[in-house]
Design a protein around this ligand. Structure first.
Ligand SMILES: [Zn+2]
Length: 433
Protein backbone atom coordinates (compact mmCIF):
# COMPACT_ATOMS: atom_id res chain seq x y z
CA UNK A 1 0.00 0.00 0.00
CA UNK A 2 2.69 2.44 1.02
CA UNK A 3 4.77 1.76 -2.07
CA UNK A 4 1.90 2.41 -4.46
CA UNK A 5 1.13 5.65 -2.67
CA UNK A 6 4.73 6.76 -2.96
CA UNK A 7 4.88 6.22 -6.71
CA UNK A 8 1.53 7.94 -7.12
CA UNK A 9 2.59 11.03 -5.21
CA UNK A 10 6.01 11.19 -6.80
CA UNK A 11 4.42 12.99 -9.74
CA UNK A 12 3.26 15.86 -7.57
CA UNK A 13 5.42 18.78 -6.68
CA UNK A 14 5.98 18.76 -2.96
CA UNK A 15 4.84 21.81 -1.02
CA UNK A 16 8.45 22.04 0.10
CA UNK A 17 9.52 22.97 -3.39
CA UNK A 18 7.22 26.00 -3.62
CA UNK A 19 9.76 28.22 -2.08
CA UNK A 20 12.88 27.68 -0.05
CA UNK A 21 12.18 30.79 1.97
CA UNK A 22 8.92 29.52 3.38
CA UNK A 23 10.70 26.49 4.88
CA UNK A 24 13.02 28.74 6.83
CA UNK A 25 10.03 30.31 8.58
CA UNK A 26 7.45 27.53 8.68
CA UNK A 27 8.97 24.21 9.69
CA UNK A 28 8.57 21.40 12.22
CA UNK A 29 11.33 22.70 14.51
CA UNK A 30 9.54 26.04 14.85
CA UNK A 31 6.23 24.26 15.49
CA UNK A 32 7.95 22.33 18.26
CA UNK A 33 9.54 25.44 19.76
CA UNK A 34 6.17 27.19 20.08
CA UNK A 35 4.21 24.12 21.22
CA UNK A 36 6.84 23.46 23.90
CA UNK A 37 6.04 26.86 25.38
CA UNK A 38 2.24 26.86 24.98
CA UNK A 39 1.35 23.33 26.01
CA UNK A 40 3.42 22.22 29.03
CA UNK A 41 2.13 21.78 32.56
CA UNK A 42 3.25 25.24 33.72
CA UNK A 43 0.62 26.86 31.47
CA UNK A 44 -1.93 25.08 33.70
CA UNK A 45 -4.20 24.28 30.79
CA UNK A 46 -4.66 27.97 29.84
CA UNK A 47 -8.02 28.23 31.56
CA UNK A 48 -9.97 31.45 31.19
CA UNK A 49 -9.67 33.65 34.34
CA UNK A 50 -6.70 31.58 35.67
CA UNK A 51 -3.03 32.71 35.81
CA UNK A 52 -1.70 30.27 33.17
CA UNK A 53 -3.62 31.94 30.38
CA UNK A 54 -1.91 35.30 31.02
CA UNK A 55 1.46 33.66 30.58
CA UNK A 56 0.28 32.35 27.24
CA UNK A 57 -1.07 35.78 26.21
CA UNK A 58 2.25 37.44 27.08
CA UNK A 59 4.16 34.87 25.06
CA UNK A 60 1.93 35.35 22.00
CA UNK A 61 2.27 39.14 22.26
CA UNK A 62 6.05 38.72 22.45
CA UNK A 63 6.02 36.65 19.26
CA UNK A 64 3.89 39.28 17.51
CA UNK A 65 6.40 41.91 18.61
CA UNK A 66 9.28 39.86 17.18
CA UNK A 67 7.40 39.74 13.87
CA UNK A 68 7.01 43.55 14.14
CA UNK A 69 3.24 43.45 13.78
CA UNK A 70 1.36 46.70 14.21
CA UNK A 71 -1.40 47.36 16.74
CA UNK A 72 -5.02 47.23 15.73
CA UNK A 73 -6.90 50.52 15.38
CA UNK A 74 -6.18 52.84 18.30
CA UNK A 75 -4.68 50.12 20.48
CA UNK A 76 -1.39 50.83 22.24
CA UNK A 77 -0.41 47.17 22.67
CA UNK A 78 -1.33 43.72 21.36
CA UNK A 79 -4.11 43.09 23.88
CA UNK A 80 -7.78 43.58 23.15
CA UNK A 81 -9.27 43.93 26.64
CA UNK A 82 -12.67 42.48 27.36
CA UNK A 83 -14.67 43.14 30.51
CA UNK A 84 -17.28 40.64 31.53
CA UNK A 85 -19.71 40.68 34.42
CA UNK A 86 -20.45 37.92 36.86
CA UNK A 87 -23.78 38.28 38.60
CA UNK A 88 -24.40 36.59 41.93
CA UNK A 89 -28.05 36.75 43.01
CA UNK A 90 -28.31 38.30 46.48
CA UNK A 91 -32.06 38.35 46.68
CA UNK A 92 -34.87 36.97 44.55
CA UNK A 93 -38.45 37.44 45.69
CA UNK A 94 -41.93 37.72 44.28
CA UNK A 95 -45.08 35.86 43.24
CA UNK A 96 -46.41 34.16 40.13
CA UNK A 97 -50.16 34.16 40.75
CA UNK A 98 -50.23 32.72 44.29
CA UNK A 99 -46.92 30.87 44.00
CA UNK A 100 -43.95 32.22 45.98
CA UNK A 101 -40.85 32.97 43.93
CA UNK A 102 -37.32 32.74 45.37
CA UNK A 103 -33.85 31.58 44.42
CA UNK A 104 -34.94 27.94 44.29
CA UNK A 105 -37.43 28.38 41.43
CA UNK A 106 -36.02 31.44 39.65
CA UNK A 107 -32.83 31.79 37.60
CA UNK A 108 -31.83 35.09 36.05
CA UNK A 109 -29.55 35.49 33.06
CA UNK A 110 -28.88 39.14 33.73
CA UNK A 111 -26.15 41.68 34.34
CA UNK A 112 -28.47 44.20 36.01
CA UNK A 113 -27.72 45.09 39.64
CA UNK A 114 -31.43 45.14 40.31
CA UNK A 115 -34.53 44.18 38.38
CA UNK A 116 -38.18 44.75 39.06
CA UNK A 117 -40.95 43.21 37.01
CA UNK A 118 -44.41 44.45 37.96
CA UNK A 119 -46.55 42.63 35.42
CA UNK A 120 -46.55 39.82 32.84
CA UNK A 121 -46.86 42.37 30.04
CA UNK A 122 -43.36 43.77 30.56
CA UNK A 123 -41.52 40.68 29.28
CA UNK A 124 -42.11 38.44 26.30
CA UNK A 125 -43.43 35.09 27.53
CA UNK A 126 -41.99 31.69 26.54
CA UNK A 127 -43.35 28.38 27.90
CA UNK A 128 -41.17 25.29 28.05
CA UNK A 129 -43.58 22.38 28.27
CA UNK A 130 -43.03 18.93 29.67
CA UNK A 131 -42.65 17.43 26.19
CA UNK A 132 -40.19 20.09 24.90
CA UNK A 133 -36.50 19.29 24.47
CA UNK A 134 -35.06 21.35 27.33
CA UNK A 135 -31.53 21.93 25.98
CA UNK A 136 -32.67 22.80 22.48
CA UNK A 137 -35.38 25.16 23.71
CA UNK A 138 -33.71 26.82 26.67
CA UNK A 139 -30.05 27.41 25.81
CA UNK A 140 -30.62 29.39 22.59
CA UNK A 141 -32.74 31.82 24.67
CA UNK A 142 -29.57 32.96 26.49
CA UNK A 143 -28.40 34.54 23.25
CA UNK A 144 -31.61 36.49 22.54
CA UNK A 145 -31.15 40.19 22.81
CA UNK A 146 -34.53 40.81 24.43
CA UNK A 147 -36.27 40.63 27.77
CA UNK A 148 -37.78 37.18 28.13
CA UNK A 149 -39.77 35.47 30.84
CA UNK A 150 -39.39 31.73 30.44
CA UNK A 151 -41.79 29.45 32.31
CA UNK A 152 -40.25 26.00 32.63
CA UNK A 153 -42.47 23.03 33.47
CA UNK A 154 -41.51 21.34 36.76
CA UNK A 155 -40.92 18.11 34.82
CA UNK A 156 -37.56 19.69 33.90
CA UNK A 157 -36.54 20.36 37.53
CA UNK A 158 -33.14 18.63 37.46
CA UNK A 159 -32.13 20.26 34.16
CA UNK A 160 -33.30 23.59 35.52
CA UNK A 161 -30.87 23.24 38.46
CA UNK A 162 -27.98 22.64 36.08
CA UNK A 163 -29.02 25.54 33.89
CA UNK A 164 -29.05 27.83 36.92
CA UNK A 165 -25.30 27.29 37.39
CA UNK A 166 -24.76 28.14 33.72
CA UNK A 167 -26.78 31.34 34.13
CA UNK A 168 -24.36 32.39 36.86
CA UNK A 169 -21.35 32.43 34.49
CA UNK A 170 -19.66 35.70 33.56
CA UNK A 171 -21.14 37.38 30.50
CA UNK A 172 -21.11 40.61 28.49
CA UNK A 173 -22.98 43.50 30.07
CA UNK A 174 -26.46 43.71 28.61
CA UNK A 175 -29.52 45.92 29.17
CA UNK A 176 -31.83 42.93 28.69
CA UNK A 177 -32.42 39.87 30.88
CA UNK A 178 -33.88 36.42 30.60
CA UNK A 179 -35.76 35.24 33.67
CA UNK A 180 -36.44 31.52 34.05
CA UNK A 181 -39.14 30.31 36.42
CA UNK A 182 -39.67 26.66 37.31
CA UNK A 183 -43.41 26.18 37.74
CA UNK A 184 -46.41 23.96 37.00
CA UNK A 185 -48.36 27.08 36.11
CA UNK A 186 -47.55 27.79 32.45
CA UNK A 187 -50.52 30.14 31.98
CA UNK A 188 -50.31 32.62 34.87
CA UNK A 189 -52.27 35.84 35.09
CA UNK A 190 -50.03 37.90 37.35
CA UNK A 191 -46.37 38.34 38.18
CA UNK A 192 -44.36 40.36 40.61
CA UNK A 193 -40.59 39.86 40.81
CA UNK A 194 -37.55 41.51 42.37
CA UNK A 195 -33.99 40.41 41.62
CA UNK A 196 -30.91 41.88 43.28
CA UNK A 197 -27.48 40.91 41.97
CA UNK A 198 -23.96 41.45 43.20
CA UNK A 199 -21.88 42.23 40.11
CA UNK A 200 -18.16 41.62 39.77
CA UNK A 201 -16.03 42.47 36.77
CA UNK A 202 -13.92 39.75 35.18
CA UNK A 203 -11.27 40.66 32.64
CA UNK A 204 -10.20 38.77 29.54
CA UNK A 205 -8.02 39.54 26.58
CA UNK A 206 -7.55 38.58 22.97
CA UNK A 207 -4.06 38.98 21.52
CA UNK A 208 -4.10 40.80 18.24
CA UNK A 209 -1.65 42.28 15.72
CA UNK A 210 -1.83 43.60 12.16
CA UNK A 211 0.18 44.00 9.00
CA UNK A 212 -1.38 46.99 7.21
CA UNK A 213 -2.24 46.40 3.55
CA UNK A 214 -0.21 48.20 0.89
CA UNK A 215 -3.17 49.36 -1.20
CA UNK A 216 -6.37 47.84 0.21
CA UNK A 217 -6.03 48.93 3.83
CA UNK A 218 -9.76 48.71 4.54
CA UNK A 219 -10.06 45.15 3.33
CA UNK A 220 -9.19 42.69 6.09
CA UNK A 221 -8.06 39.09 6.04
CA UNK A 222 -8.16 37.47 9.47
CA UNK A 223 -6.02 34.54 10.67
CA UNK A 224 -7.21 33.28 14.05
CA UNK A 225 -7.19 30.53 16.66
CA UNK A 226 -8.13 30.30 20.32
CA UNK A 227 -5.39 30.14 22.94
CA UNK A 228 -7.52 29.23 25.96
CA UNK A 229 -8.22 25.67 27.02
CA UNK A 230 -9.84 23.75 29.89
CA UNK A 231 -7.36 24.24 32.75
CA UNK A 232 -6.89 21.79 35.58
CA UNK A 233 -9.48 19.12 36.37
CA UNK A 234 -9.72 15.69 37.96
CA UNK A 235 -6.72 13.40 37.57
CA UNK A 236 -6.97 10.68 34.93
CA UNK A 237 -5.75 7.09 35.40
CA UNK A 238 -2.15 8.27 34.94
CA UNK A 239 -2.58 10.84 37.72
CA UNK A 240 -2.53 13.72 35.22
CA UNK A 241 -4.92 16.55 36.04
CA UNK A 242 -3.76 19.16 33.52
CA UNK A 243 -5.62 19.61 30.27
CA UNK A 244 -2.69 20.76 28.12
CA UNK A 245 -4.62 21.45 24.93
CA UNK A 246 -1.53 20.94 22.77
CA UNK A 247 -3.85 20.29 19.85
CA UNK A 248 -6.89 22.24 21.12
CA UNK A 249 -5.90 24.88 20.31
CA UNK A 250 -2.21 25.53 20.95
CA UNK A 251 -1.84 24.01 17.47
CA UNK A 252 -3.97 26.71 15.83
CA UNK A 253 -2.27 29.40 17.93
CA UNK A 254 1.10 28.11 16.75
CA UNK A 255 -0.13 28.45 13.17
CA UNK A 256 -1.26 32.05 13.73
CA UNK A 257 2.14 32.98 15.24
CA UNK A 258 3.99 31.40 12.30
CA UNK A 259 1.72 32.91 9.64
CA UNK A 260 2.29 36.34 11.19
CA UNK A 261 6.03 35.80 10.95
CA UNK A 262 5.76 34.55 7.36
CA UNK A 263 3.63 37.40 6.02
CA UNK A 264 5.65 39.93 7.94
CA UNK A 265 8.80 38.69 6.17
CA UNK A 266 7.08 38.77 2.77
CA UNK A 267 5.65 42.28 3.29
CA UNK A 268 3.71 42.20 0.02
CA UNK A 269 0.11 42.02 1.27
CA UNK A 270 -2.21 44.42 -0.49
CA UNK A 271 -4.98 43.74 2.03
CA UNK A 272 -4.61 44.34 5.77
CA UNK A 273 -3.85 41.12 7.63
CA UNK A 274 -5.15 40.66 11.16
CA UNK A 275 -3.69 37.97 13.40
CA UNK A 276 -5.67 37.17 16.50
CA UNK A 277 -5.48 34.65 19.33
CA UNK A 278 -8.89 34.44 20.98
CA UNK A 279 -9.62 33.88 24.63
CA UNK A 280 -12.59 32.03 26.19
CA UNK A 281 -13.56 29.82 23.26
CA UNK A 282 -14.11 26.83 25.51
CA UNK A 283 -16.56 28.64 27.80
CA UNK A 284 -18.71 30.20 25.10
CA UNK A 285 -16.62 31.88 22.40
CA UNK A 286 -16.51 35.21 24.24
CA UNK A 287 -13.18 36.31 22.75
CA UNK A 288 -14.26 35.94 19.15
CA UNK A 289 -17.71 37.33 19.87
CA UNK A 290 -16.17 40.47 21.34
CA UNK A 291 -13.66 40.75 18.48
CA UNK A 292 -16.43 40.35 15.89
CA UNK A 293 -18.46 43.13 17.48
CA UNK A 294 -15.52 45.55 17.09
CA UNK A 295 -15.26 44.74 13.38
CA UNK A 296 -17.22 46.07 10.47
CA UNK A 297 -18.08 42.69 8.91
CA UNK A 298 -18.28 44.24 5.44
CA UNK A 299 -14.56 45.00 5.66
CA UNK A 300 -13.61 41.40 6.43
CA UNK A 301 -12.95 39.66 3.12
CA UNK A 302 -12.05 36.29 4.63
CA UNK A 303 -11.34 34.62 7.94
CA UNK A 304 -9.05 31.62 8.36
CA UNK A 305 -9.81 30.17 11.77
CA UNK A 306 -7.49 27.33 12.68
CA UNK A 307 -8.55 24.65 15.19
CA UNK A 308 -6.79 21.42 16.08
CA UNK A 309 -4.42 20.71 13.20
CA UNK A 310 -1.97 18.68 15.29
CA UNK A 311 -3.07 15.22 14.22
CA UNK A 312 -3.52 13.74 10.76
CA UNK A 313 -6.97 14.00 9.26
CA UNK A 314 -9.09 10.99 8.35
CA UNK A 315 -7.48 11.10 4.89
CA UNK A 316 -3.92 11.02 6.26
CA UNK A 317 -1.13 13.57 5.97
CA UNK A 318 -1.18 16.62 3.69
CA UNK A 319 -4.89 17.20 4.08
CA UNK A 320 -7.29 19.17 6.24
CA UNK A 321 -10.96 19.99 6.13
CA UNK A 322 -12.78 23.29 5.94
CA UNK A 323 -16.02 23.73 7.86
CA UNK A 324 -18.93 25.18 5.92
CA UNK A 325 -17.03 24.46 2.69
CA UNK A 326 -20.16 24.85 0.55
CA UNK A 327 -21.20 28.16 2.14
CA UNK A 328 -18.67 30.24 0.15
CA UNK A 329 -16.16 29.58 -2.63
CA UNK A 330 -13.18 30.18 -0.32
CA UNK A 331 -12.27 26.48 -0.23
CA UNK A 332 -12.15 26.37 -4.03
CA UNK A 333 -9.88 29.42 -4.15
CA UNK A 334 -7.52 27.83 -1.65
CA UNK A 335 -7.45 24.56 -3.55
CA UNK A 336 -6.80 26.36 -6.86
CA UNK A 337 -3.76 28.06 -5.29
CA UNK A 338 -2.44 24.63 -4.30
CA UNK A 339 -2.67 23.21 -7.83
CA UNK A 340 0.34 21.01 -8.48
CA UNK A 341 0.92 20.20 -4.82
CA UNK A 342 -0.18 17.06 -3.04
CA UNK A 343 -2.05 19.03 -0.36
CA UNK A 344 -5.87 18.81 -0.26
CA UNK A 345 -8.48 20.89 1.51
CA UNK A 346 -11.64 18.81 1.82
CA UNK A 347 -15.20 19.71 2.83
CA UNK A 348 -15.95 19.00 6.52
CA UNK A 349 -16.73 15.26 6.69
CA UNK A 350 -18.67 15.60 9.96
CA UNK A 351 -21.67 17.77 9.01
CA UNK A 352 -23.82 16.32 11.83
CA UNK A 353 -21.40 17.83 14.36
CA UNK A 354 -22.34 21.34 13.23
CA UNK A 355 -18.66 22.38 13.44
CA UNK A 356 -19.17 25.50 11.32
CA UNK A 357 -21.16 27.01 14.20
CA UNK A 358 -19.03 25.55 17.00
CA UNK A 359 -15.86 27.58 16.66
CA UNK A 360 -14.61 31.15 16.59
CA UNK A 361 -15.51 31.69 12.93
CA UNK A 362 -19.24 31.47 13.73
CA UNK A 363 -19.98 35.06 14.77
CA UNK A 364 -18.49 36.65 11.68
CA UNK A 365 -19.95 33.93 9.45
CA UNK A 366 -23.41 34.75 10.79
CA UNK A 367 -22.80 38.33 9.65
CA UNK A 368 -22.01 37.18 6.11
CA UNK A 369 -18.20 36.91 6.25
CA UNK A 370 -16.62 33.93 4.47
CA UNK A 371 -15.25 32.78 7.81
CA UNK A 372 -14.25 29.13 7.96
CA UNK A 373 -12.44 26.84 10.34
CA UNK A 374 -9.59 24.68 9.09
CA UNK A 375 -9.04 21.48 11.08
CA UNK A 376 -7.84 17.90 10.95
CA UNK A 377 -9.57 16.74 14.13
CA UNK A 378 -11.54 13.52 13.79
CA UNK A 379 -14.82 14.64 15.34
CA UNK A 380 -16.61 11.32 15.04
CA UNK A 381 -17.64 8.45 17.29
CA UNK A 382 -15.25 5.76 18.51
CA UNK A 383 -13.27 3.90 17.22
CA UNK A 384 -12.22 6.54 14.67
CA UNK A 385 -12.51 9.57 16.93
CA UNK A 386 -9.73 11.89 18.07
CA UNK A 387 -8.52 9.93 21.11
CA UNK A 388 -7.20 12.88 23.14
CA UNK A 389 -9.92 15.43 22.41
CA UNK A 390 -10.79 17.35 25.61
CA UNK A 391 -8.66 14.97 27.66
CA UNK A 392 -5.64 15.44 29.93
CA UNK A 393 -3.70 13.46 27.32
CA UNK A 394 -3.94 16.21 24.64
CA UNK A 395 -0.18 16.65 24.94
CA UNK A 396 2.72 17.61 22.72
CA UNK A 397 3.79 13.98 22.24
CA UNK A 398 0.59 13.25 20.32
CA UNK A 399 1.23 15.90 17.66
CA UNK A 400 2.59 15.32 14.17
CA UNK A 401 4.87 18.36 13.89
CA UNK A 402 5.86 17.70 10.29
CA UNK A 403 2.28 17.45 9.15
CA UNK A 404 1.39 20.57 11.13
CA UNK A 405 4.13 22.48 9.35
CA UNK A 406 2.77 21.23 6.00
CA UNK A 407 -0.74 22.43 6.89
CA UNK A 408 0.49 25.85 7.99
CA UNK A 409 2.48 26.16 4.76
CA UNK A 410 -0.60 25.13 2.80
CA UNK A 411 -2.59 27.92 4.49
CA UNK A 412 0.18 30.45 3.74
CA UNK A 413 0.40 29.44 0.08
CA UNK A 414 -3.31 28.90 -0.56
CA UNK A 415 -4.30 32.27 0.90
CA UNK A 416 -1.95 34.07 -1.52
CA UNK A 417 -4.57 35.47 -3.94
CA UNK A 418 -6.87 36.50 -1.09
CA UNK A 419 -4.01 38.30 0.67
CA UNK A 420 -3.03 40.02 -2.58
CA UNK A 421 -6.61 41.13 -3.31
CA UNK A 422 -6.83 39.18 -6.55
CA UNK A 423 -9.51 36.82 -5.23
CA UNK A 424 -12.44 37.70 -2.99
CA UNK A 425 -14.44 34.76 -1.65
CA UNK A 426 -18.21 34.89 -2.02
CA UNK A 427 -20.13 35.92 1.10
CA UNK A 428 -21.88 33.48 3.41
CA UNK A 429 -25.64 33.86 3.59
CA UNK A 430 -26.49 35.88 6.70
CA UNK A 431 -28.32 34.27 9.60
CA UNK A 432 -31.93 35.34 9.83
CA UNK A 433 -33.55 35.99 13.18
ZN1 LIG B 1 -11.89 22.49 22.84
Amino acid sequence: MKKILLTLTAGFISLLSFSQKINKIINAAEVERIEKILSPEDMEGRKTFAPGIDKAANFIAGEFAKSKLGYFGNATNYFQDIVMLKAKPLDISGTLDSETLNSSNVAANSTMASLHIGSLQEYELVAVKKEDDFNKTVFPLFEKEKNLLILVDTAHASRFARMKRFAGNAKFASPVSQIFILTANLKPTSLHLHVKNELTEQKLKNVMGVIPGKSKKDEYVVFSAHYDHLGIGKADARGDSIFNGANDDAAGTTAVIMLAKYFSAKKNNERTLIFVAFTAEEIGGYGSRYFSKQMDPDKVMAMFNIEMIGTTSKWGTNSAYITGYEKSDMGKILQANLAGSEFRFEPDPYPKQNLFYRSDNATLAELGVPAHTISTSKMEEAPNHEPNYHKQSDEIGTLDMNNMAQIIKAIAISSKTIVSGKDTPTRVEKEKE
